[in-house]
Design a binder for this molecule. Structure first.
Ligand code: SF4
Length: 220
């Protein structure tokens, strides 16, 4: 797949407007996995509070893996849809524990990116975005997650077909975005999506990449 000529220019503009972050792990792999499950259909703030509450109740993930689902659900209520999320967390942690004997997830370091994605997406509630977050944010691997902001902004920028699914978007973007840029591009697209390229009313008149964007809405 060929990288569009506009893409490197847009990446540089966003780096200048926001920043060019260097990788620093935000959580351990297991914390990142649970956090990303908790963040489904809610804000990062609520997911962070739920993670904190769950870790307070179960300081070791091995304890959460053995806990009743209803007990996990009561600790993560603030993240919403606590029923399904608690089942996903319980089943995923207990299956990982049974297979590996601990929940360090150190085995991921021995796997290639594709192998690790395929492995993680076998677990309940772990889609390609969640698996990519574990690889990128905990392990610093060049696997760019496609969240709601990345998906929306990249469609407007015409880097994705209008009818692309999230999974298709994952493979397209990870093919056209250079490896060294995936971490900063993901972070800056999320910032840009929250601040300027909003879901309902994109602020194209204030957008630094308006001249490079086929989806720009002209304001008169
Ligand atoms: S020009 Fe508008 S649609 Fe395009 S990236 Fe900027 S805010 Fe989004």
């Amino acid at each position: 797949m060929v990288t569009p000529a506009r893409l490197p220019v847009i990446i540089r503009y966003l780096d200048q407007e926001y920043f060019r972050p260097r990788f620093a792990p935000r959580f351990s792999p297991a914390d990142e996995l649970v956090f990303t499950i908790l963040s489904q259909n809610t804000t990062d703030i609520n997911a962070g509070r739920a993670l904190e509450s769950l870790k307070k109740k179960y300081p070791e993930w091995e304890e959460a893996a053995r806990a009743p689902v209803r007990s996990i659900a009561s600790a993560i209520r603030m993240s919403g849809i606590a029923g399904p999320k608690s089942r996903y967390i319980k089943e995923t942690l207990s299956e990982l524990l049974a297979e590996h004997g601990d929940l360090e997830l150190g085995f991921l370091k021995e796997m290639g990116d594709r192998e690790a994605l395929d492995y993680l997406t076998r677990f309940p509630g772990v889609g390609i975005k969640t698996a990519s977050c574990v690889l990128m944010f905990a392990l610093g691997r060049p696997v760019m997650p496609v969240d709601t902001h990345v998906f929306r902004v990249c469609k407007r920028l015409d880097f994705l077909p209008e009818d692309a699914t999230r999974e298709e978007a994952h493979w397209i973007l990870n093919a056209i975005v250079p490896e060294d840029d995936r971490y900063s591009f993901h972070i800056n697209l999320v910032l840009h999506g929250r601040k300027i390229c909003k879901a309902q009313r994109p602020r194209c008149g204030e957008c630094l990449i308006e001249g490079l964007c086929p989806g720009a809405i002209l304001e008169f």
